[in-house]
Design a protein around this ligand. Structure first.
Ligand code: ATP
Ligand code: MG
Length: 402
């Protein structure tokens, strides 16, 4: 079966006015970036749908695989085009139906007639086309409610467009249509999922990672880079900032008693992240924190850590169970990277009994004996910035909606 173009339907149809224009423009850019190596493709964007045209069938197939990973797409369909003429439409209908399994299946015809000059009314067309299909595929049974196959025929001025397939898109909003944030990316299972969730809501991200060489190795860095690349495959390339954190961590361990060092370490991380956020013009910080998971993620701990900034901290996983998070990480291809064994800068310096209810006065007290600010500034200044872009474009398996 030769398809001529892909019809792309948008998500978030409630979007209005200027927002819709931003949405469509970003989506078009993101699709363009995802398929730019497929030479025969081009995109036509309309107000409420988009067409991806490919002259080459391989390009068509590749483009469809990539579309399934791009946020802002509700669903998409490969479409066959013919002349807006009843005989041509009937012939094309047989071809399209023939591309599906027909044995023991139910079907119906749905007509959309944008070309009001077309010399048949919708009912007639349904009868004519449906009857023709049934004569050639007598095993099909007509069924109006939830049939296995819906043959969609869209008659426009420039021709007739037919399809029988609707594939589910990734949903959400185009990355970049909802601003920019800084993701704290650890290398664990949670933070990449948090980044994915925000990207799904249209937020583009930079990532920041704290490394404590020589206690953390090159392999740990490689892992975070791989996670960054995997995230890049969901729409827009993600930049990674690696912060040299050893000196600061050692200072914390020296200044603050064991059971509060975790809290102070997190507060230092957040202050550094906030400075980087400001430099790159991002509006919020994203973390993979989930309530109650560990000592640093109780409400009391989160409050004590959060005190260092008024910047919004977005925690998309805060109310999720670990199993739910793992399920998403498997789906988005970060799980296998996250479970590679590695040393996290925090686990190395983790005390055996961190406080689950750290007292702010105590934290302030111990932090007051040492000026951490120069070390914070130095860490920000000495960061390495890596531009990650996914070479391997991501795709989900098609999930047929029909
Ligand atoms: P994750 O699986 O994301 O590591 P976690 O459940 O292990 O999360 P913590 O290790 O307490 O929880 O980290 C909580 C959050 O703090 C992480 O989700 C991440 O956003 C941030 N974070 C922790 N360690 C680092 C690090 N080395 N670099 C950057 N961010 C970090
Ligand atoms: Mg962790």
């Amino acid at each position: 079966m030769e398809w001529n173009e892909i019809l792309i339907r948008y998500g978030e149809i409630s979007l209005k006015g200027r927002n819709r224009n931003v949405f469509v423009r970003k989506l078009k850019n993101n699709i363009h970036a995802a398929i730019r190596d497929l030479r025969t493709t081009r995109i036509n964007a309309e107000r409420d749908r988009m067409f991806l045209i490919a002259d080459d069938q391989d390009d068509m197939k590749n483009a469809m695989e990539r579309l399934s990973a791009i946020f802002g797409i509700q669903s998409f369909s490969p479409v066959a085009k013919c002349e807006a003429d009843l005989d041509a439409i009937k012939a094309k209908a047989l071809e399209v139906i023939g591309s599906d399994e027909t044995d023991g299946r139910t079907f119906k015809v749905e007509i959309k007639r944008a070309d009001k000059d077309f010399p048949y009314v919708t009912g007639e067309l349904q009868q004519e086309i449906g009857g023709h299909v049934l004569r050639h595929y007598p095993e099909l049974v007509v069924q109006m409610k939830k049939p296995d196959i819906i043959l969609l025929v869209d008659i426009r001025k420039e021709g007739a467009f037919l399809t029988s397939k609707v594939y589910k898109g990734a949903g959400g909003m185009p990355v970049g249509s909802n601003g920019h944030s800084l993701l704290m990316l650890s290398g664990g299972i949670d933070s990449p999922v948090a980044g994915f969730q925000l990207m799904k809501r249209g937020v583009s991200i930079d990532a920041i990672h704290f490394a404590s060489p020589p206690y953390t190795s090159e392999l740990a860095k490689r892992k975070v880079l791989d996670l960054t690349e995997q995230l890049s495959s969901f729409g827009a390339s993600v930049r990674l900032h690696i912060i040299p954190f050893t000196e600061l961590q050692q200072a914390v361990v020296q200044q603050v008693p064991d059971n509060l060092s975790m809290t102070t370490t997190r507060r230092m991380m957040l202050q550094i992240a906030d400075k980087v956020r400001e430099e790159i013009g991002a509006l919020a910080i994203v973390t993979g924190e989930s309530l109650g998971q560990v000592a640093s993620q109780t409400l009391e701990s989160l409050t004590a850590i959060n005190e260092v900034t008024t910047t919004p901290i977005l925690r998309p996983l805060i109310a999720m169970d670990k199993l739910e998070i793992i399920e998403i990480s498997q789906k988005i291809g970060t799980y296998d990277i996250s479970i590679r064994p590695f040393e996290d800068c925090c686990t190395i310096f983790t005390p055996s009994n961190p406080k689950t209810k750290p007292k702010l006065e105590k934290v302030h007290h111990y932090e007051s004996f040492f000026d951490f600010q120069p070390l914070i500034d130095e860490a920000v200044k000495n960061r390495t910035v890596i531009e990650a872009d996914s070479e391997e474009k991501n795709h989900y398996d098609f999930e047929d909606l029909l």
